[in-house]
Design a protein around this ligand. Sequence first.
Ligand SMILES: Cc1ncc(COP(=O)(O)O)c(C=O)c1O
Length: 399
Amino acid sequence: MQTFRIIQNGEDYLLPVYNRQKIVLMRGDGTYIYDSERTVYLDFFSGIAVNGLGQACPEVVSAITEMVHKLGHVSNYYYNEPNVRLAKLLCDISFAQKVFFCNSGAEAVEASLKIARKYFHRLGQDRDEIISFHNSFHGRTYGALSVTGQPKYQEGFGPMLPGIKFATYNDINSVTELINDKTAAVLIETIQCEGGIHPADPRFLKELRDITRENGILLILDEVQTGLGRTGKMWAYEHYEIEPDIMTSAKALGAGLPMGAMLVTNQVAQGFKPGDHASTFGGNPIVSAGAIANIETIILKDIIPNAAKQGDYLRQSLEQLVKDFPQLFTEVRGMGLVQGVQMTRDASPLVLKCAREGLLVGSAHETVLRFLPPLIVSSEEIDLAMEKLRKAIAAELHG
Ligand SMILES: Cc1ncc(COP(=O)(O)O)c(C=O)c1O
């Protein structure tokens, strides 16, 4: 089908909840993506932090293909081998001892809120309050939306779930003020990504861990966007020398297929008994096989050290841009390969201009230009991205 017809049909038949660019992507290879007009793009967005190993990673493709031919969907009334292997693998590479699989980040957040409340219910304790943070983002389902600390996402959808309070990110006093004997859990992103790329302050996160432990409150880390090597460690919490009681994962986990997971300690796992929570598709053999190949490739090919090294290089390159264009940029924030540049204006026009130069980037919180390249990105590709970005900046400044 011709490009204009695909776009026209998209406008006619897709519910218009996204501001889509008028580009039809057809094929990908590593860090590069090709559109229907054969334009090549350097992908510094990775489908919103999903494609850690880039497009069409051979190990992931062959694991998924093999499984499609062997076993499709079977439901969770039975065991399937790849899913059990994946659960063990996730426990081996994290603090966790048990895993619940679902299909998205929002679902993982839902599961975390439910298990936190049920955990205390089973203990016979009347604790159902959740403390979340202003400026956070946890997803679009009602529970996840209710703990999202940005009113623009909630407007018109009320009433939200009761029992949710909001503290100020990186301000420990604002948390202690909200804690009482009804507090079940504190839910926090290790980096507030959709909120404009704000990493947690190390001292704050350590104090938060101490305070939650002292008060018998569960700490839920939302690592949906920051997990699986993106920050230069397997999980972003490893930068902080703390461990949560519950963690959510999704995005990069399924290597491009939909998968979410909630990881918990054995203690928290006691909150759920058979029948308490479920998902028809969660942990399906095909997605699990892809996720195993993804994680094993990340480990065997030493991808995380590359993410850390290239993250430093990307950051330095972006800091140079801030120096060169103070009228457009004020600071760089981030960790590893999640980096944001604070702009003095709306970032969307520059995002469109970057695409015109063959560079896919994103924005966050309106005024932040957001970079999420695949973890396999090279220094040469970062140099090329900066060349394209500088051309887009020239167009932004001089029309
Ligand atoms: C930190 C965080 N949590 C949850 C979500 C929701 O994930 P999903 O879109 O897969 O439901 C997102 C999505 O951007 C996220 O960044």
